[in-house]
Design a protein around this ligand. Structure first.
Ligand code: PLP
Length: 431
C-alpha cells in the first residue's frame, strides 16, 4: 500500500500520467493502468439504495468529489468518465468537469445551462463553423439573442454589455485564423460593466489545450474543449468537456442527463490512458515543428501571409507571449498554422486547391483532412470545409480568406513535413 502522496508537489505532466490512484470514483490502486468500465446500468443492492442514488445525483448537498456516488445508469454518472473529469479539471485548474460525447455537445451545454429565452450572448465572430451555426441558426430560434462583437475591440464590448447579456463567448486562438483574444482584458471589461447580473465568460480552449493556456487562471469562468482534437491526440474517439465552477456543476450534470450526449465510458478511457498522459510530450514536439513550418512559409515566394502566434509578425504576438504559456511558464504558441497564398482571392483559392490536391495524392507526412490536434499533420481549406457553415459575408467579417489554408502539425519528422509542403507548392507554381 502506497503512502498518501501530495500530488500538488509534482509537475502537471507527471500528474496527467499517474492520475488519481485514490479517486473516490474508483480506487484502482492495484492497477497500473486505470481499469475500463463497461456497464450501461449498475446493480443496486436494494430498492432503498436505488432511491438514494436518485436523490444524491446532482444534489447540491452531495459532493461527488468527496464521496463515491451510488452508480445507477451510465448517462448519469460513470467511473471511467469521472476519473477523466477529475484529471481534466486538474489540467485546466478548474473546480470540476463534465464530459460530453462531442465538443459541440459541451458547447451547447455551456450556453443552454446558463441562458434562456429573452436573454443574450455576446460572441466573437471568428469561430469554428458548427459553433457559428449553433449560435447563428439555432439559439435565435429559441429566443436567445446573439450579438457578434469583435472582442479585440474593448469599446464595442463595453457598448454591448447590458442587462440582457448572460454570456461572453470566444475561442483563442480563433479557428481558423489564429487571432488572439486577451482573456484578462475581457474579464476586466466584464467586471467593470455597470450591470447587476453575473456574466459568464466562456473560452473554447481546443486550439491551445491546457498545456499551452489555462483560461480559468486568467479570468474565464468556463472552459470548453473538443476532446476529439489535441487532448485525444490520436484521432480515435470523439469527445467534449465543460470545465467550470462547482456552483454550476449540478445544473450541467442535469442538462447532460436530460439532453443526453454524455461521453461514453470506453472513449473516456482512451482520453484518460492515452490522450491526457501524452499531451505534453506531443505538444512540445508539435510546437517545435510548427515554428519551423511557419518560418518556412513566411519566407516562401508564393505565400502572402502566415498566421502563427509564435511568429513575431503575428498582430497579437505580445498578448500570445503573455497568455500562451505552458505550466512551467515557457511560451507555448500551439500547433496550428494558417496561411494565404499570393494573388487575387480567386487565384489564391485555385492555387491553394492545387497545393491540397497534390498533397492528397502525393504526400506521406501531410494528410488532406479536417479535424486537428492529431499525431498526423492535417491540412484543410476552412472556407469550403470546416467553416462552410459561415455564409461568405460572415467569412469575410470573420477574417477568413477564401484561399486560406489551415495546418495542424503532427509528430512526424519536421523535415518530411517541409519536404511534402515544399513539393506541393513547387507543383502549384509550375502549373
Ligand atoms: N471547438 C473547436 C475550436 C473546434 O475546432 C471543433 C471541431 O473542429 C469543435 C469545437 C467541435 O468539436 P467536436 O467535433 O468534437 O464536436
Amino acid at each position: 500500500m502506497k503512502n498518501k502522496i501530495d500530488k500538488k508537489n509534482y509537475h502537471k505532466e507527471t500528474r496527467m500520467i499517474h492520475g488519481d490512484f485514490y479517486s473516490v470514483h474508483w480506487d484502482y490502486k492495484d492497477h497500473m493502468t486505470p481499469p475500463m468500465s463497461s456497464s450501461a446500468a449498475f446493480r443496486l443492492e436494494s430498492a432503498e439504495r436505488g432511491a438514494e442514488g436518485f436523490i444524491e445525483f446532482a444534489n447540491p448537498n452531495f459532493d461527488r468529489h468527496k464521496k463515491s456516488p451510488i452508480l445507477i445508469y451510465e448517462r448519469l454518472d460513470e467511473p471511467s468518465r469521472s476519473m477523466l473529469e477529475d484529471n481534466l479539471a486538474t489540467a485546466e485548474e478548474g473546480e470540476c468537469a463534465v464530459a460530453f460525447a462531442t465538443g459541440m455537445a459541451a458547447i451547447t451545454a455551456s450556453i443552454l445551462s446558463i441562458v434562456k429565452a429573452g436573454e443574450a450572448i455576446i460572441a466573437h465572430p471568428t469561430l469554428y463553423g458548427c459553433t457559428f451555426s449553433l449560435f447563428a441558426n439555432w439559439l435565435p430560434k429559441y429566443g436567445i439573442e446573439v450579438r457578434w462583437v469583435d472582442l479585440k475591440d474593448k469599446k464595442a464590448l463595453q457598448q454591448n454589455l447590458d442587462e440582457k447579456v448572460k454570456v461572453v463567448y470566444c475561442e483563442t486562438p480563433t479557428n481558423p485564423i489564429l487571432e488572439i483574444v486577451d482573456i484578462k482584458k475581457i474579464k476586466e471589461t466584464i467586471d467593470s460593466a455597470k450591470i447587476k447580473q453575473k456574466v459568464y465568460f466562456i473560452v473554447d480552449n481546443t486550439f491551445s489545450t491546457p498545456f499551452c493556456q489555462r483560461p480559468l487562471t486568467l479570468g474565464a469562468d468556463i472552459v470548453v474543449h473538443s476532446l476529439t482534437k489535441n487532448i485525444g491526440g490520436f484521432g480515435t474517439d470523439m469527445g467534449g468537456v465543460w470545465i467550470g465552477p462547482k456552483t454550476l456543476e449540478n445544473t450541467v450534470l442535469l442538462f447532460r442527463k436530460d439532453f443526453g450526449a454524455p461521453l461514453s465510458a470506453k472513449s473516456s478511457w482512451h482520453f484518460l490512458v492515452y490522450g491526457l498522459p501524452t499531451l505534453a510530450v506531443r505538444t512540445r514536439k508539435q510546437m517545435e515543428s510548427a515554428l519551423k513550418v511557419a518560418q518556412f512559409l513566411e519566407k516562401h515566394p508564393l505565400v502572402q501571409k502566415v498566421h502563427y502566434p509564435g511568429l513575431k509578425s503575428h498582430p497579437q504576438y505580445s498578448i500570445a507571449k503573455r497568455q500562451m504559456v505552458d505550466p512551467e511558464g515557457n511560451f507555448a504558441p500551439g500547433i496550428m498554422l494558417y496561411f494565404v497564398l499570393k494573388g487575387k482571392p480567386e487565384e489564391a483559392q485555385k492555387l491553394g486547391r492545387k497545393v491540397m490536391n497534390h498533397i492528397a495524392g502525393n504526400a506521406l507526412a501531410l494528410t488532406l483532412a479536417v479535424s486537428l490536434g492529431n499525431i498526423r499533420t492535417l491540412i484543410e481549406h476552412p472556407s469550403s470545409m470546416t467553416h462552410a457553415p459561415l455564409p461568405l459575408d460572415a467569412q469575410v467579417k470573420a477574417g477568413i480568406d477564401p484561399g486560406g489554408i489551415r495546418i495542424s502539425i503532427g509528430i512526424e519528422n519536421y523535415k518530411d513535413i517541409l519536404k511534402d509542403l515544399s513539393q506541393a507548392l513547387d507543383f502549384a507554381k509550375k502549373r
